[in-house]
Design a protein around this ligand. Structure first.
Ligand code: ADP
Length: 867
C-alpha cells in the first residue's frame, strides 16, 4: 500500500520546476496536449515507471485515454496501459482524492467539484527507491493535476464556444439563403417570363451577396449566350458572354453533366474558355433544367480567388434552385397557355361547324358545304388558299375553291385537271386515308415546279363519306408553317365534320328522294299511307285511296281513327290499330261499307329510344277487285271440281254398268255361234266373229276405263314405299317378257317414297312394260332405272333404247286411248301412260319425257320423298 503524504516545504529549484511544468500544462490548448504535458510533468516529478491520463467520456459512458507513457517497457511493475486503466476503474470515483489502487497511484482531475478524469502513475519502483524522499512531491502532483483540470476545463469551454460560433454562422447562412429565396420568390411571383425571372435572380444575388458579378445564360444557336447580367460587368465582358460560350467550355459542360451547382475557387479564364473573364478569381455556376433540358445557366463571379464562403454558397444555391423552380413553373404556365389556345381554336372550329351543318341540312348541296368548310379553315390559318379535288377519269378535278392561288398558270393547270399519277399530294391522302402535311412544300410533289414556288406549306386531307374517300381537301399556305398540333387538330376536325355533314346531306337527299317516290306511289297507286301518334290520332294520311274513301287529303289528320270511322262496323273498334299501339305489327282485311271497298291494311308500331310505342305507321291497299277476282277463281275451281267429280262418277258408272249389257251381247252371240256352228254362211260367220271380237274389245276398254277412273275414286293411302322392293316385284311380274326379249335391265339404288304402294307399282309396271314392248326388233332392249333425291322430291327415270317417240307426240301419248301404232304392230289400248300420268299427278308429282325416234326414250317422273 502506497500513500502520498501532503506537500511540505520545498527547494526553490523544485518550485521553479513545478512552476514551469504547471505553466506548460496551462498553455496546452487541446485535450490531448493537456493530457500529454500533464503526464510528462507528473512522470518527471515522480520518476514513475509509467503513467496515463484518462478523461471521463460521458457521452460514451467510459474512460478516454488521452495520454500514456512508459519510461521503459518491462521495467518491473505492471507498467502497461491496461493495468493503469484497471487501477482507475477499480478506484471509486466518488473518493475524488488521490489514493492507491494496487501498485498504482491515482490522482483525480477535478474542477469545481466535478470529476473530469484521473492521472494514474505506477510509482512502484520510484517509491521503493525512495529517491525523492521528497515530501512535497504529492503536493506538487496535486498542483500539477489541478492545473491540468483547469486547462482541460478551459479547452472544453473553448471547444464549446467554437461549436456555438459555427452553429451561429450556419444559422446566419441559412437565414441569408432563406432571405434570398424569399426575396426572389416575392419579386418573381408576378412574372412567368424566363428573362424577367433571371433579372430578379441577378438582382437578389447582388442585393444579398454584395459586390460580385452575376449573369444568366440561355442556350441559343448551340451556344450559352448571356441574356441578363449585373451592371458591374465591363463592356468587354458583356460583349464576350453575349457572343456566347461554347457548351464544351469545361465548367459549363461539367455543371450540365452533373446537373448540380458548381463552385470553382480558382477561375482560369483561358482554361475555362470564357474570354474576357481574367479579372475573376472564383466563379459559381447553377444549371437550370426544365423538362429534362438544360435551359439556363446562372453564373456569379468574384474578383478574389479562393473558396466561396458558406454563406455565398448557400445563397447562390437558394437563388439558383428558386430560379429553376420558377422557370419550371413558367414552362408549365406556357404549356397550359398553348393547350388553352388549342382548346379555344377547337371551340371556334366546332362553333363554325355547328353553324355550317345547320345551314347545309337546309339545302344539302355538297359543294356549298365544302366551300363553307374551306372558308372556315382559311379564317383560322394564315394567308393561303383551299381547294377540294375529286378524281374524274384520269384527272383530279377541282370541285371547290376558296381563296386566290396567286398564280395564273397554277390556277389554269388546276382548272384543266391534274393527272392522277402525278399529284402525290392528293394521291397520298387518297390512298392512305391519312392526312398529309408538308411544313415545307416539296416543289417536286405534284410536278407543278415553277408554278408553285410561292407555296410554302401544304396540308391535304382525305374527305371520307360512308367509309370511302370521296375527295381530297387541300390547303396551300403562301408562307412556310410548322403545322402545329393545334393546326392539325383543327384541320382534322373540320374535314372529319365535313365528311359527317356530307354524309348527312346525302342521307337527306336520299330521304327526300324516298319521300318523293312514296308520294308518287301514294298519289298514283290505289293505296293510303297513314301515321298516328301514340293515342291513335292521325298525323299523316296520303294517297289516292283517300278520295275513294270520300276523305279530303288533310281531313283525317288530327282526328282519332275510331272517331273518323265511327260509322264503319269493321273500323270503328280500331282493333288492329289498338294491337299496333300495344306494340304488335298487325294486318287485316276490312270492309268499308260507305264506299263499298275492301282494304287490306298493315299497321307497324314505331318505338322511341325508351322502347315505348310512339307512333304507328300503316299502309292500306284497295283489294276489292283482287278479292272479287279471287272469288271468281274459287267459284270456277269449285265448278271444275264438281264437274270432274261428275265425270269420274260417269266414267265409273258407265264402265261399270255397261259391263252387264256387254256381257249379255257376248254370251248371246256365243250361244248363237254354238247353236248354228258350221251351218251359217261365210258372211254370217264373219259377222258373228266380229260381234265376239268387238264386244271383247269393248269389255277391255270398259275395264281400262274403270281402272282409269279408279285411280282417283279409290281410297287414298299414302305410306312409306320402298321403290327398290316395288321394282323387284315388277321385274318378277315381267319375268317372262324379259326372258323372251333377252332384255338387259339395270337398276340403280332406289329410295323410299311416300305414296300408294299399288299405284307406285303400277307406274313402274307401265313404264318398264312399255320399254320392253316398244323395242327395236333386231336390238335387245336395254333398260336403265335411276333415282335421285331433289329437295323434297325424288326424281326417277326409266330409259330404253327402243323405237323412240317424235316430239310432236309427247302430249298425245298421255291422253286416254291414244296410241301411235296399230294393234297389229304393238299390243295395247293406249291407257297405260294416261293411268301413269293420273297416278303421278295424284301424288303431286310430274311426268315428262325425252326421246329421239330410232334411239330410245327416257321417261322422268317425281314422287314425294320419304322424310
Ligand atoms: P299402249 O302401250 O297400250 O299403247 P300407252 O298409254 O302405254 O298405251 O302408250 C301410249 C303410246 O305411247 C304407245 O302406243 C306408244 O306409241 C307410245 N309409247 C309408250 N311408251 C313408249 C316407249 N317406251 N317407246 C316408244 N313409244 C312408247
Amino acid at each position: 500500500m502506497t500513500h502520498i503524504s501532503p506537500p511540505e516545504q520545498n527547494s526553490d529549484a523544485a518550485a521553479q520546476r513545478l512552476l514551469t511544468l504547471a505553466l506548460q500544462v496551462s498553455a496546452a490548448s487541446t485535450r490531448s496536449s493537456v493530457g500529454e504535458t500533464l503526464l510528462s510533468g507528473a512522470l518527471d516529478l515522480t520518476g514513475a515507471a509509467a503513467g496515463a491520463v484518462f478523461l471521463l467520456d460521458e457521452s460514451a459512458g467510459g474512460l478516454e485515454t488521452v495520454a500514456f507513457q512508459e519510461q521503459e517497457a518491462g521495467l518491473g511493475g505492471p507498467a502497461c496501459l491496461a493495468t493503469l486503466r484497471a487501477a482507475v476503474e477499480a478506484w471509486p470515483p466518488e473518493v475524488q482524492s488521490s489514493g492507491t489502487a494496487g501498485p498504482c497511484t491515482v490522482v483525480p482531475l477535478s474542477m469545481a467539484g466535478q470529476l473530469l478524469g484521473a492521472l494514474v502513475l505506477d510509482l512502484g519502483a520510484a517509491q521503493a527507491q525512495d529517491a525523492p524522499a521528497d515530501r512535497a512531491l504529492p503536493a506538487a502532483l496535486h498542483l500539477l493535476a489541478a492545473h491540468g483540470a483547469l486547462a482541460l476545463d478551459r479547452v472544453r469551454v473553448a471547444d464549446e464556444l467554437r461549436v456555438r460560433t459555427k452553429r451561429t454562422r450556419e444559422l446566419e447562412e441559412r437565414r441569408a439563403a432563406l432571405d434570398a429565396f424569399v426575396a426572389f420568390t416575392e419579386v418573381s411571383a408576378g412574372t412567368s417570363q424566363g428573362l424577367e425571372l433571371a433579372t430578379h435572380a441577378v438582382d437578389v444575388l447582388r442585393a444579398t451577396l454584395g459586390d460580385l458579378s452575376v449573369a444568366y445564360y440561355e442556350r441559343t444557336d448551340g451556344l450559352w449566350k448571356a441574356r441578363v447580367w449585373s451592371d458591374d460587368l465591363t463592356p468587354e465582358v458583356v460583349a464576350s458572354i453575349t457572343a456566347g460560350v461554347a457548351p464544351e467550355a469545361p465548367s459549363f459542360a461539367r455543371a450540365v453533366d452533373s446537373r448540380d451547382v458548381l463552385f470553382i475557387p480558382g477561375w482560369d479564364a483561358g482554361y475555362e474558355e470564357v474570354a474576357q473573364t481574367e479579372s475573376y478569381g472564383a466563379v459559381a455556376l447553377y444549371p437550370c433544367f426544365v423538362a429534362e433540358e438544360a435551359r439556363g445557366m446562372l453564373a456569379m463571379g468574384i474578383q478574389r480567388a479562393g473558396e466561396w464562403s458558406e454563406r455565398e454558397q448557400a445563397v447562390f444555391r437558394a437563388v439558383g434552385s428558386s430560379l429553376r423552380l420558377a422557370l419550371e413553373r413558367a414552362e408549365d404556365a406556357r404549356q397550359l397557355q398553348v393547350q388553352n389556345a388549342e382548346l379555344a381554336a377547337r371551340t371556334r372550329v366546332l362553333e363554325a361547324f355547328a353553324d355550317l351543318t345547320r345551314r347545309l341540312t337546309l339545302h344539302g348541296d355538297p359543294y356549298a358545304l365544302i366551300h363553307r368548310a374551306q372558308d372556315v379553315v382559311r379564317s383560322l390559318l394564315p394567308d393561303g388558299a383551299a381547294t377540294y379535288y375529286e378524281p374524274e377519269g384520269p384527272l383530279w378535278r377541282v370541285k371547290s375553291q376558296s381563296g386566290d392561288l396567286r398564280h395564273a398558270e397554277l390556277q389554269a393547270a388546276l382548272d384543266a385537271g391534274l393527272p392522277l399519277d402525278s399529284a402525290q399530294n392528293l394521291n397520298v391522302p387518297y390512298t392512305s386515308h391519312q392526312p398529309y402535311y408538308q411544313d415545307v412544300y416539296d416543289l417536286d410533289t405534284d410536278q407543278l415546279h415553277e408554278h408553285v414556288r410561292h407555296i410554302g406549306a401544304t396540308a391535304t386531307l382525305p374527305v371520307t363519306v360512308r367509309g370511302e374517300v370521296r375527295g381530297v381537301f387541300a390547303v396551300a399556305l403562301f408562307g412556310r408553317r410548322r403545322w402545329s398540333e393545334t393546326d392539325r387538330a383543327m384541320l382534322d376536325t373540320v374535314v372529319y365534320s365535313l365528311g359527317l355533314a356530307l354524309e348527312g346531306a346525302q342521307a337527306l337527299r336520299e330521304l327526300d328522294r324516298t319521300q318523293h317516290y312514296l308520294k308518287v306511289v301514294a298519289e298514283n297507286a290505289p293505296l293510303l299511307l297513314f301515321a298516328t301518334d301514340a293515342q291513335g290520332v292521325f298525323t299523316l294520311s296520303e294517297g289516292r285511296l283517300l278520295t275513294r274513301l270520300g276523305l279530303q287529303p288533310e281531313q283525317a289528320v288530327g282526328q282519332c281513327a275510331t272517331t273518323l270511322f265511327q260509322h264503319e262496323p269493321d273500323l270503328r273498334a280500331g282493333t288492329w290499330l289498338a294491337g299496333a299501339l300495344a306494340g304488335e305489327s298487325t294486318h287485316g282485311l276490312m270492309q268499308v261499307e260507305s264506299s263499298g271497298i275492301t282494304l287490306e291494311t298493315w299497321f307497324v308500331p314505331l318505338r322511341d329510344e325508351k322502347g315505348q310505342v310512339s307512333e304507328v305507321v300503316g299502309v292500306s291497299l284497295d283489294v276489292t277487285e283482287r278479292l272479287e277476282a279471287q272469288r271468281q277463281v274459287e267459284r270456277a275451281n269449285e265448278e271444275l271440281r264438281r264437274s270432274n267429280h261428275e265425270l269420274e262418277q260417269f266414267a265409273y258408272v258407265a264402265s261399270h254398268d255397261l259391263q252387264e249389257p256387254l256381257r249379255t251381247v257376248t254370251s248371246f252371240s256365243q250361244l248363237l255361234a254354238r247353236k248354228h256352228g258350221g251351218q251359217l254362211d261365210e258372211k254370217s260367220e264373219l259377222y258373228l266373229r266380229m260381234i265376239g271380237e268387238g264386244s271383247a274389245r269393248m269389255s277391255r276398254l270398259l275395264q281400262d276405263l274403270l281402272a282409269f277412273s279408279r285411280v282417283t275414286t279409290g281410297a287414298r293411302t299414302s305410306v312409306r314405299v320402298d321403290t327398290a322392293d316395288v321394282l323387284a316385284q315388277v321385274v318378277q311380274d315381267l319375268h317372262g317378257q324379259i326372258e323372251q326379249t333377252s332384255a338387259d335391265l339395270q337398276v340403280f339404288p332406289l329410295p323410299t317414297v311416300q305414296g300408294d304402294p299399288t299405284q307406285v307399282r303400277q307406274i313402274f309396271q307401265n313404264l318398264i312394260g312399255n320399254a320392253l314392248k316398244f323395242s327395236v326388233p333386231e336390238r335387245a332392249p336395254r333398260i336403265t332405272v335411276t333415282a335421285c333425291r331433289m329437295g323434297r322430291e325424288v326424281q326417277f327415270s326409266v330409259q330404253d333404247n327402243g323405237i323412240g317417240i317424235a316430239p310432236e307426240f309427247f302430249e298425245r301419248i298421255f291422253t286416254i286411248f291414244q296410241r301411235l301404232h296399230t294393234r297389229d304392230q304393238y299390243e295395247g289400248n293406249g291407257i297405260g301412260l294416261s293411268i301413269t300420268h293420273r297416278i303421278i299427278e295424284r301424288h303431286r308429282g310430274r311426268l315428262w319425257l325425252e326421246s329421239t325416234p330410232g334411239q330410245g326414250s327416257t321417261f322422268f317422273f317425281t314422287l314425294p320423298a320419304d322424310g
